[in-house]
Design a protein around this ligand. Structure first.
Ligand code: ADP
Ligand code: ADP
Ligand code: ZN
Length: 215
């Protein structure tokens, strides 16, 4: 099974992807995570992407589709993939079709996480992750069970993203509205889009997604 989680920054794509990985053994391909790893490692892709990401704009279609192709080639053919944060433009949607087709994969579901824009700034400015395992948290909506200790791996180191500030979030939301939301009709035509209420509790959102995947 191959699915896309689609939604604006802060909609809960990463949170839900991590849960599907844990529950169903699927693999999460997050272009954001892969780009941040490239920036950290100082690779040529990372050097090109850094300023664009800091500004909240979109990295080029060639770069992100290249990363996704390479990532797909690392996977066993039968493992299910969750695309998190990709595709974000019509050109990327087209590339994804080609990348999947060349590997005998098909897209089964596009899950749209519908959220109030007003809630997104709050979600994003309160977001932090475990520096060791990447588990996602929020200052108010998802705090570690023991303060300062990661639930999943026990690490006491956490980090925040440099682009998770209000100004950049506004740019990212505008990019989503202008370039990403318009790709939904491509998938609606294929009857593979399901809309989930992303404002519900994290557990409820997970249950709704699993129900869709079980159908
Ligand atoms: P969020 O989870 O908040 O939506 P991501 O981690 O997915 O953010 O992306 C962070 C940044 O990485 C984006 O603002 C953009 O600069 C870049 N990026 C990630 N995925 C893509 C993509 N598919 N196309 C272009 N740029 C991307
Ligand atoms: P995205 O990957 O779409 O940018 P995240 O999954 O990183 O979004 O979620 C953004 C922030 O909101 C995180 O701090 C996360 O813990 C929190 N969050 C995610 N889903 C929910 C939810 N349903 N209710 C409240 N907070 C949530
Ligand atoms: Zn951890």
């Amino acid at each position: 099974m191959n699915i896309i989680l689609l939604g604006p920054p802060g909609a809960g794509k990463g949170t839900q992807a991590q849960r599907l990985v844990a529950a169903l053994g699927m693999v999460q391909l997050s272009t954001g995570d892969m780009l941040r790893a490239a920036v950290k490692a100082g690779t040529p892709v990372g050097l090109k992407a850094k300023a664009v990401m800091d500004a909240g704009e979109l990295v080029s279609d060639e770069i992100v589709s290249g990363i996704i192709g390479e990532a797909l080639d690392q996977l066993a053919p039968d493992v299910g993939v969750i695309f998190d944060g990709y595709p974000r433009t019509a050109a990327q949607a087209e590339s994804l079709d080609a990348l999947l087709g060349a590997r005998n994969r098909q897209l089964d579901h596009v899950i749209e996480l519908a959220v109030d824009e007003d809630a997104l700034v709050d979600r994003i400015t309160g977001r932090f992750t475990c520096a060791s395992c990447g588990e996602g948290y929020h200052d108010r909506y998802k705090t570690p069970k023991v303060e300062g200790v990661c639930d999943r791996c026990g690490s006491t180191e956490f980090k925040r993203r440099p682009d998770d500030n209000e100004e950049t979030v506004r740019t990212r939301m505008a990019e989503y509205r202008a370039k990403t939301a318009p790709i939904l009709p491509i998938y609606e035509e294929r009857n593979i889009v399901s809309r989930v209420d992303g404002m519900a509790d994290i557990d409820e959102v997970s249950n709704a997604i699993v129900t869709i995947l079980d159908r």
